[in-house]
Ligand binder design. Structure first.
Ligand code: ZN
Length: 253
C-alpha cells in the first residue's frame, strides 16, 4: 500500500463521514472543500518531492555510512571515459543511469565501466523531459526499449531504474513493478546542470556531503568532470568514505 493509496482512502473516508453527518447543509460543502484541498496538497507534494515515497519506494539514502556517486544521462563520448579514469584512480565505484540512445552509440564505454566494476541503471531510451506526463504504454516503451537495447549489445540491463527528472506517478509506479525495477533516487543533488561555474559546484557538493548520501551527478557535463577529482580529494580529507567497486553489489543492503 503506497502513500498515494492511503491518501485516496483517507479522502473517501472523509467524504463519507461528511456526507453522513452534514448532509444537505452548507457546512457539508465547506468540509468537502477542505477534504479535497488536503487530498490535492498531499498529491502535489508526492509528485514534487519523490523522496517522500508517495507513489513508489524510492531508495534515497544508504543504510551504511559510505557515499555512493551516481551519474545520469550518459554515456558521453569524451566526458564519461575521463570520469572513469578519475574514479579508477581513487578506487571508487559508481552507478551510471544510462540513456538508451546514448548507450546505443557508445556501447564500448558501457563495457569499460562495467569492466571497471561500476554498475548501470536504466534512465529510459530517450529521456523524455515530460516523462511524468506520458501515457502508460509510452512509459513502458521508454523503459523496455532501453533494456532491450542494452540486451541487444550483450549488456545486462540490471534492475536499477531512475526516472528522468525524478518525478513519479501511478503510471511510472505500475511500469516499475512490471519491469521489476528498483528505483534509485538521491539524497544530495549536485545541481551540476544549473551550477555551470566550477567553484560554485565544488562548493555546493563539498559543503553538503555527509555519510550515507547518494549523490546525483551528470556524466555528460564538462563542469562535473572538471571538479570530480578535487571533490573526491576534499571529501576524503574530511573523512568521507566513498563506495568502492567491490561494495556495489551489496550497497543497498
Ligand atoms: Zn536525466
Amino acid at each position: 500500500m503506497t502513500r498515494h493509496h492511503l491518501n485516496i482512502i483517507g479522502f473517501i473516508i472523509n467524504c463519507t463521514w461528511i456526507s453522513i453527518f452534514f448532509s444537505g447543509t452548507p457546512m457539508m460543502w465547506i468540509l468537502m472543500g477542505i477534504a479535497s484541498l488536503l487530498f490535492l496538497v498531499f498529491l502535489s507534494l508526492g509528485i514534487l518531492l519523490p523522496n517522500r515515497n508517495y507513489f513508489l519506494t524510492n531508495t534515497t539514502r544508504l543504510k551504511n555510512t559510505k557515499v555512493l556517486l551516481t551519474f545520469d544521462d550518459g554515456p558521453h563520448e569524451h566526458l564519461t571515459p575521463q570520469i572513469l579514469k578519475t574514479l579508477k584512480r581513487h578506487n571508487i565505484g559508481a552507478i551510471f543511469f544510462v540513456i538508451g540512445k546514448q548507450a546505443e552509440e557508445h556501447p564500448e564505454i558501457i563495457r569499460q565501466l562495467l569492466a571497471d566494476g561500476h554498475l548501470i541503471g536504466n534512465h529510459t531510451q530517450n529521456h523524455p523531459i515530460m516523462f511524468a506526463a506520458l501515457r502508460q504504454d509510452s512509459v513502458e516503451k521508454e523503459i523496455g526499449l532501453c533494456d532491450n537495447m542494452l540486451i541487444a549489445q550483450n549488456i545486462h540491463p540490471g534492475t536499477y531504474f531512475r526516472p528522468p527528472i525524478g518525478y513519479t506517478n501511478p503510471r511510472i509506479a505500475r511500469a516499475v513493478k512490471k519491469f521489476r525495477k528498483q528505483v534509485i533516487g538521491w539524497s544530495l543533488r549536485s545541481f551540476d546542470s544549473v551550477l555551470k561555474e566550477e567553484s560554485k559546484l565544488l562548493e555546493r557538493v563539498s559543503s553538503k556531503i555527509k555519510p550515507g548520501d547518494i549523490v546525483l551527478f551528470h556524466d555528460n557535463l564538462p563542469q562535473t568532470e572538471a571538479i570530480l577529482d578535487r571533490f573526491i580529494v576534499q571529501a576524503t580529507k574530511n573523512g568521507i568514505k566513498f563506495a568502492e567497486p567491490n561494495h556495489l553489489k551489496t550497497i543497498f543492503k
